[in-house]
Design a protein around this ligand. Structure first.
Ligand SMILES: *[C@@H]1O[C@H](CO)[C@@H](O)[C@H](O)[C@H]1NC(C)=O
Ligand SMILES: *[C@@H]1O[C@H](CO)[C@@H](O)[C@H](O)[C@H]1NC(C)=O
Ligand SMILES: *[C@@H]1O[C@H](CO)[C@@H](O)[C@H](O)[C@H]1NC(C)=O
Ligand SMILES: *[C@@H]1O[C@H](CO)[C@@H](O)[C@H](O)[C@H]1NC(C)=O
Ligand SMILES: *[C@@H]1O[C@H](CO)[C@@H](O)[C@H](O)[C@H]1NC(C)=O
Ligand SMILES: *[C@@H]1O[C@H](CO)[C@@H](O)[C@H](O)[C@H]1NC(C)=O
Length: 682
């Protein structure tokens, strides 16, 4: 019984049909897939982020020793990998790789022995090109030497191979970095997969092609981890860029194959402590390998204690190493408000959620539990705040430092929409009031279901009021009915109340969102630069087409009905504020930051939504592409995703909605995303 989903195996087999290595039987690779490694994301240390391509023996030894001295090994950090800079510009006369004897006087086998003697694992680095990254001087790569090099690594007792992608594109004359090769990198990686599978040693295979050719679709069948993006850089903006690239890939994580968000900058003194907490939290819950990239200890440097404590945070490590192996995903981003929420399941029926404060100042921010699919938690642990709460109903508010993250673990939870009376209701004998009722939109179309306590008797007519504009309705109930449903009005937010009178004995209520109305881009009028485009069948879902080139001088507009809810019945007052309505925008963005990753590349694009000529609400969407940007259908520009946003400015009757990129020329993000359609939750 294989530990791996059979899907992986079949993905590999069919993949191999298209490789040039016709002699390779797919059964040959089967053991490689079941190499038993990386059942949880690998953890360790790598020389690159601090030492660049200038490692040496004492550096590796003192950092390996520090992993043990600081107790990091017992927390799971065990792979010690020497990155670029270790080898030389030539091979030995017999064709084998060798190390730089000045930098590694004892040699690589001895380095491996030193690392193994510490109880750690020995990681090596090579490149799927004719030279490795880094230098001068030029150092030989493994392209066309995969078999011999895999045998050498096995002979040296290596436990892991990080495999880079420089100088690899034959058709372009082997440039240092080529982000648009004419053939897929997968073929070169497959050759090393095959070579590693043939040696008598289990070697963790870490694919590092910088995210070129959407490796999530092929790397899991070839390696244990794959880099999703170009390199992390020592600048805070790098976190947003990498997370935007992770968004469409989170579903590809699983035992034996993990998306690699790149090595950690924690401890390199380039981020503040809250920034390091954000970085570490998100890498952990997205199931990235946790590879320390700091100088833990050498003759010049010792990691600062606050950073070390982040790397040692046991709860965060446990989320990364959780046996469920399910990655957190982006739940919602509030672009203008400067925060966003990610979450995912962990074992024991628990949920981990992270709210990132992108703002430059500390703020009290609120996590609405329904955003992560929950209504109530018996217990909440705020990890970085080292605090806890019990009986958390609908929302949890805490202070979050500038660029920091509220990381919470929720247990004993109730699913979103369900409000047990014993938790949410109070009764004064005449009426029962439920508090902390959540609504993502302002609408008269919420469905309230009241579930009466089993065996209870209830009055033949009950009255329901909500906190929105004195909304009131009544319903007749047959004594035999165990539940009734009515439509009610709620306003966007988490502090609605629902009062039911007289006071029947209620077990729980359920509040269901309106289903909304969908407006495909084909119903919009493109203006200026905006251009409609038809996609192949099965793409640009759910519409089959999109409007591109949305810019400061081109938009898509439509006139649609909406209802401004103002309550009803004896207690009616007119709505005093313009009602916020929730929209789900289906968008497409596959503008991947490769060469711009060193500077301003963010992997995001803008859209603005303006209602009735009011001020635009800006959203900055992450990548949506789930196919290769080079060879995939529509080059990944046919894969849509959904972004939810609350927009003001509606009025009763007809409303003009403009999807544009207002202000995009003023420096925020010049390009608009493509627009597929929107759902208005009215
Ligand atoms: C080994 O590394 C040293 C120090 O970086 C460098 O000067 C030397 O050229 C390297 N040796 C070879 C053979 O590349
Ligand atoms: C090549 O030579 C080196 C140095 O003598 C030796 O350690 C290695 O095992 C040789 N490789 C092969 C494939 O014979
Ligand atoms: C390794 O680098 C450290 C720090 O730069 C230096 O002190 C040490 O002498 C170097 N060791 C070797 C073998 O080059
Ligand atoms: C893979 O290896 C085979 C020889 O084993 C070689 O013919 C082929 O060119 C290699 N493919 C790539 C993309 O390097
Ligand atoms: C750090 O390294 C220095 C020498 O480079 C050594 O004296 C010291 O014991 C090390 N500290 C720890 C905690 O490993
Ligand atoms: C944040 O909340 C705390 C505790 O509830 C409160 O003392 C503080 O004034 C709030 N800060 C801001 C900026 O609202």
């Amino acid at each position: 019984m294989t530990r791996y989903p059979s899907l992986s195996y079949y993905a590999l087999s069919s993949y191999l049909l298209f490789t040039s290595c016709g002699a390779l039987a797919s059964t040959r690779l089967e053991p490689r897939l079941d190499n038993g490694l990386a059942i949880t994301p690998p953890m360790g240390w790598n020389s690159y982020n601090h030492y660049s391509c200038s490692p040496n023996e004492s550096i590796i030894q003192s950092n390996a020793k520090a992993l043990v001295d600081f107790g990091l090994d017992t927390l799971g950090y065990r792979y010690v990998t020497t990155d670029c800079g270790w080898t030389v510009p030539y091979r030995l006369p017999n064709g084998s790789l060798t190390w730089n004897e000045t930098l590694f006087p004892s040699g690589f086998p001895a380095l491996g022995q030193y690392i193994h003697d510490l109880g750690l694992l020995f990681g090596v680095y090579q490149d799927a090109g004719i030279k490795t990254c880094g230098g001068p001087p030029d150092q030989v790569g493994s392209l066309f030497h995969e078999q011999q090099d895999a045998e050498t690594f096995a002979a040296w007792k290596a436990d892991a191979l990080k495999y880079d992608n420089c100088y690899s594109d034959a058709a372009a004359g082997y440039p240092d970095a080529d982000y648009t090769p004419s053939t897929s990198p997968s073929f070169r990686y497959a050759n090393m997969t095959k070579a590693l599978a043939s040696v008598d040693r289990k070697i963790l295979f870490q694919i590092c092609d910088w995210g070129v050719d959407f490796p999530a679709l092929w790397a899991p069948s070839l390696g244990n981890t794959w880099r999703i993006s170009n390199d992390i850089i020592p600048a805070w903006r790098t976190i947003f860029r990498i997370l935007n690239q992770a968004v469409p890939q989170t579903s590809f994580a699983g035992p034996g194959h993990w998306p690699d968000l790149d090595m950690l900058e924690v401890g390199n003194n380039v981020f503040t402590i809250p920034e390091e907490q954000t970085h570490f939290s998100l890498w952990a819950i997205l199931k990235s390998p946790l590879t320390i990239g700091a100088a833990l200890n050498d003759t010049l440097t010792t990691i600062r204690d606050a950073s070390l404590q982040i790397l040692k945070q046991k709860d965060v490590i446990s989320y990364n190493q959780d046996p469920l192996g399910v990655s957190a995903s982006l739940k919602r981003r509030w672009t203008e408000e400067g925060f966003e929420v990610w979450s995912g399941p962990i074992s024991g029926g628990k949920t981990v959620a992270a709210l990132i404060n992108w703002a430059d100042e500390s703020r009290n921010l609120t996590l609405d539990l329904p955003v992560v699919g929950l209504q109530h938690a018996q217990t909440l642990r705020n990890i970085w705040d080292e605090s806890a709460a019990t009986n958390v109903r609908t929302s949890y508010t805490a202070n979050v430092a500038a660029h920091g993250t509220m990381l919470v673990e929720l247990a004993g939870t109730t699913e979103a929409g369900k409000y047990p009376a014993d938790i949410f209701a109070t009764s004064d004998g005449h009426s029962t009031t439920f508090e902390n009722i959540y609504a993502e939109t302002t609408s008269s179309q919420y469905q309230l279901t009241i579930a009466f306590a089993p065996g209870s008797s209830h009055s033949s007519e009950i009255t329901i009021r909500t906190s929105l504009g004195g909304f009131k309705t009544s319903a007749k109930v047959q004594p035999t009915e165990s539940q009734i449903s009515v439509n009610i009005s709620l306003s966007a937010g988490s502090s609605n109340t629902i009062t039911i009178s007289p006071s029947p004995i209620i077990s729980y209520i359920n509040v269901t969102s309106p289903s909304g109305t969908y407006y495909p881009c084909t119903s919009f009028t493109p203006v200026g630069s905006a251009k409609p485009e038809t996609c192949d069948a099965g793409f640009c879902l759910p519409v089959g087409s999109k409007i591109g080139y949305i810019s400061p001088t081109g938009n898509a507009s439509i006139t649609i009905p909406a209802t401004v809810v103002s309550g009803s019945g004896d207690n009616t007052t007119a709505a005093t504020t313009t009602a916020g309505k929730y929209l789900e925008i289906d968008y497409i963005n596959n503008d991947i930051a490769f060469s711009t990753s060193w500077t301003t590349g963010s992997n995001s694009r803008n859209l603005t939504i303006s209602v009735n000529g009011g001020p635009p609400t800006r959203i900055e969407v992450p990548l949506s592409g789930k196919h290769s940007e080079l060879f995939g259908p529509g080059r990944g520009w046919w894969d849509s995703a959904t972004f939810g946003v609350l927009v003001d400015g509606w009025r009763n009757g007809e409303n003009t909605v403009v999807i544009g990129n207002q202000g995009g020329d003023e420096g925020v993000q010049p390009y608009g995303a493509d627009f597929v359609g929107l759902r208005l939750y009215d």
